[in-house]
Write a protein that binds this ligand. Structure first.
Ligand code: GAR
Length: 219
C-alpha cells in the first residue's frame, strides 16, 4: 500500500513537484491525497494542477494561529483527510507554525514513544538556523557547511525527531543564490529519499530507528 500523504505548502512548490514526479516515475511508493495551501496565489497551486492533484486553499491571512488551525482541521475533516486516512502530513515549505492543537489530530503512540505523523523539510542542519530564512541566515553567518533536515514535527518551532540530514558545502565564489540553489537541489534528493524510507518501513516505524542512514548523501 502506498504511503498516503497530505501536503501542506505555502510557496512555489518545488518540493511538491519533485515528490509528485518521483511518484509518477514509479520511484516512490507514496500517494499525495491532497495539497492544501494557506496562500491564495501560491505557486504550488499550479504545480498541483500540473500533476492533477486535488488542491485546496484554506487562507490564513489576517487569522490568528488557533483560528486558522480550527478552520484547517474542520476543512480536512470535511474532506475525509484525517488520521484515519492519511499516513503522514508533509510540510513542504509550509510557512505557518503548527501548534499542539493541530498536531494532536495526527498523534501516534508507538512502543518507543509518542510522536506526530507530521514531517517537515527544513533548509538547514537543525538545530542550527531555525526559522523562515534559514539559507539566508546560514549564508550570512559564513558557515562552511550547511545542509537540509527532514524531521518529525513537535510543538517547538523547527524541532522534533530527526528523520535524516544531509550536508552541502559553501564553495569559493558562492553568492547567496548559488549557495541556496545547492541546498534546494539537495532538498529535492533528500525528501523523496526519506519518504521512500518511510514507505518501506510503513506508517508504523519506531522512533528508535531514527535517524535514517542516508549513505553519506550530500550536496
Ligand atoms: C524550501 O527551501 C523549504 O525547505 C523551506 O521553504 C522552501 C519551500 O520551497 N521551508 C522552510 O523554510 C520551513 N521552515 P518550495 O515551495 O519550492 O518547496
Amino acid at each position: 500500500m502506498p504511503l498516503k500523504l497530505l501536503v501542506l505548502a505555502s510557496g512555489r512548490g518545488s518540493n511538491v513537484d519533485r515528490v509528485a514526479r518521483s511518484i509518477k516515475e514509479g520511484k516512490l511508493d507514496c500517494e499525495i491525497a491532497a495539497v492544501v495551501t494557506n496562500v491564495e496565489d501560491a505557486g504550488v497551486i499550479e504545480i498541483a494542477a500540473k500533476h492533477e492533484l486535488p488542491c485546496y486553499v484554506v487562507p490564513s491571512r489576517s487569522l490568528k494561529r488557533r483560528q486558522h488551525e480550527e478552520q484547517l482541521l474542520a476543512f480536512l475533516d470535511e474532506k475525509g483527510l484525517t488520521r484515519a486516512t492519511i499516513d503522514f502530513v508533509l510540510l513542504a515549505g509550509y510557512m505557518r507554525i503548527l501548534t499542539g492543537h493541530f498536531l494532536a489530530a495526527f498523534k501516534e503512540e508507538s512502543a518507543s514513544g509518542a510522536y506526530f505523523r507530521v514531517v517537515n523539510i527544513h533548509p538547514s542542519l537543525l538545530p542550527s538556523f531555525t526559522g523562515a530564512t534559514a539559507y539566508a541566515d546560514a549564508f550570512a553567518a559564513g558557515v562552511a557547511v550547511s545542509g537540509v533536515t527532514v524531521h518529525l514535527v513537535d510543538e517547538e518551532v523547527d524541532h522534533g525527531p530527526i528523520l535524516a540530514q544531509a550536508p552541502f558545502f559553501r564553495k569559493e565564489g558562492d553568492d547567496f543564490e548559488s549557495f541556496a540553489c545547492r541546498g534546494l537541489d539537495l532538498e529535492h534528493i533528500l525528501l523523496p529519499a526519506v519518504l521512500s524510507r518511510l514507505a518501506e518501513l510503513g506508517p508504523n516505524f519506531e522512533l528508535s530507528s531514527l535517524p535514517f542512514d542516508m549513505g553519506g548523501l550530500s550536496g
